[in-house]
Design a protein around this ligand. Structure first.
Ligand code: F6P
Length: 325
């Protein structure tokens, strides 16, 4: 393998709180260890279009507390094509970037994996997604902050739900994974969570409603994982039709879940993973995602990281069930 002098860093896909802390960690750790660093703007599109700047230690000053990503992000269509990836490789050569650190979710790491295979470029991934759906790591960067944001919102919704004795269906993000919905339901004391990993379907609605509305409770909150076919609106409509005696409302939290200053936990894991990415490059690792398992940094091959079946601890469903009586 030829010597690595310069490391390029980019953020890609949906942004997540803590991406800036990760950019800072990668940059500073790389500089500490004698590498040059280049910041690539707008994800893979910026690599293809050569939107690249040399980064110094001061380039990442005062960003650890900021949400979003100073490098901007994009879901690049062009990079999904072999032609797009070839252009990206040519720009990398021109810019003398020898290795890439990609901070992003499933789609972004899939792109890195293909790129690494086709052009023999060392790529290291950092799990940057609020969805927590990457395999091989206990946490992804942004998940903790988003969970806290959801809980703060649900606490507020509960006030008005109580006052008006209403059932609220609160829809949260997570794409195809229920980590955000399940855990935020536990943390906010919701009556139920409807998540893709559970066999729950609309026919169990009566069970949810029955659990929430009883003598001791005058309101009820059900957290629903986003889904194009049966999100919160779907369930609310069904309840309105089948249980007209209840006053039902829907709250779709939307993109506010992705913003905000990262929690201490996200800043710490982003810093550890960012430094871990540079250690991985020094160790001769390539085409792995940096994860944290049982508080230890681990290297997860891209093929494992992107598998769409990260297990959700099904015991959480039981806990929520028991605590919401
Ligand atoms: O993957 C992160 C995520 O926020 C998902 O939870 C959500 O489904 C999606 O991105 C929304 O994407 P966009 O910002 O492109 O609408």
């Amino acid at each position: 393998m030829s010597r690595i002098n310069c490391i390029g860093i980019l953020t890609s896909g949906g942004d997540s709180p803590g991406m800036n802390a990760a950019i800072r960690a990668v940059t500073r750790s790389a500089i500490c260890k004698g590498f040059r660093v280049k910041g690539i703007y707008r994800g893979y599109d910026g690599l293809i279009n050569d939107e690249i700047q040399e980064f110094h230690s001061e380039s990442v000053s005062n960003i650890i507390s900021r949400g979003g990503t100073i490098l901007k992000s994009a879901r690049s269509k062009e990079f999904t094509t072999p032609e797009g990836r070839k252009k990206a490789y040519e720009v990398m050569k021109k810019e003398e970037i020898d290795a890439l650190v990609v901070i992003g979710g499933n789609g972004s790491l899939t792109g890195a994996m293909l790129f690494a295979k086709e052009f023999d470029v060392p790529c290291i991934g950092l799990p940057g997604t609020i969805d927590n759906d990457l395999n091989g790591t206990d946490l992804t960067i942004g998940y903790d902050t988003t969970m806290n944001t959801i809980v703060e919102c649900v606490d507020k919704i509960r006030d008005t739900a109580n006052s008006h004795e209403r059932i609220f269906f609160v829809e949260v993000m997570g794409r195809d994974a229920g980590f955000l919905a399940q855990n935020s339901a536990i943390a906010s004391g919701a009556e139920a969570a409807i998540i893709p990993e559970d066999s729950t379907d609309a026919d169990q609605l009566e069970h949810f409603i029955g659990r929430g509305i009883r003598k001791s409770k005058n309101s009820s909150i059900v957290i629903v994982s986003e889904s194009p076919k049966c999100g919160a609106l779907f369930y609310a409509d069904r309840v309105k039709k089948e249980y007209p005696q209840y006053d039902v409302r829907v709250s779709i939290l939307g993109h506010l879940q992705r913003g905000g200053s990262p929690s201490a936990r996200d800043r710490i894991i982003a810093s550890r993973m960012g430094a871990g990415a540079i250690d991985a490059i020094l160790d001769g690792q390539r085409n792995v995602m940096i994860g944290i398992k049982n508080d230890q940094i681990v290297y997860v091959p891209f093929t494992d990281a992107i598998r769409p079946d990260k297990p959700l601890n099904l015991n959480l469903i039981k806990v929520l069930d028991e605590l919401s009586i």
